[in-house]
Design a protein around this ligand. Sequence first.
Ligand code: C5P
Length: 226
Amino acid sequence: MAAPIILALDGLERPAALSLAEKVAGKVFAVKVHDLYLAEGPALVGALKRHGRVWVDLKFHDIPATVRSEVKRLVSAGADLLTVHASGGREMIEAAVEAGGPERILAVTVLTSLSWYDCRALFGDSPELLVQRLGRLAAETGARGIVCSPLEAKALAADASTANLWRVTPGIRPTWYQDPGDQKRVATPREALAGGSTHLVIGRPIVQAPDPSAALDRTIAELGAR
Ligand code: C5P
């Protein structure tokens, strides 16, 4: 069975991304692309889909009519999952859900690269409160899940209004990987699953490893050691 891991193929060129997607096929829940999609376009999704689900993580944030058109384009390209910023508002998420179908839409709550201080300065609230508010909005508008930090997943799982959402969490750092990089609200894979995450998004610790496939196996082994 595939691990609940979504592998972010960030910063890779097409040959490396396709070869890694082939190697990890069946081991991960999905692969995720963003910058490579911008370079390669819809044909990339078709090529990646031979190996499993593809999430095109463009994090749309615009007026509802524009987001509706953007989502339709990605659906035509074959994206299995796609993201909008929940802060785009109710009508915008509803437009995305209508155009993409509820199964495809994940709503980003608060970027995991924002610290508690950033959240207070930008939005006047703690990440916990912001994520709770945006999570409820995502549930009300029919999104499949939300993207949040592993540190907020437990509260969302315990809240009846958000408990059914997938809690997709970046900011995952395996125990053997010391560098948080730009991520501020982080956890290890085991901590994240124990804390209520349903899917773990992992990029640099795996794709920048000298042997990405081995790094994935090591991460999966770490999960299995629960
Ligand atoms: O390399 P790393 O494991 O930090 O990658 C995390 C991935 O998750 C990146 O592709 C990033 O764009 C994405 N992401 C995130 N925080 C969010 C939403 C998506 O880090 N809130």
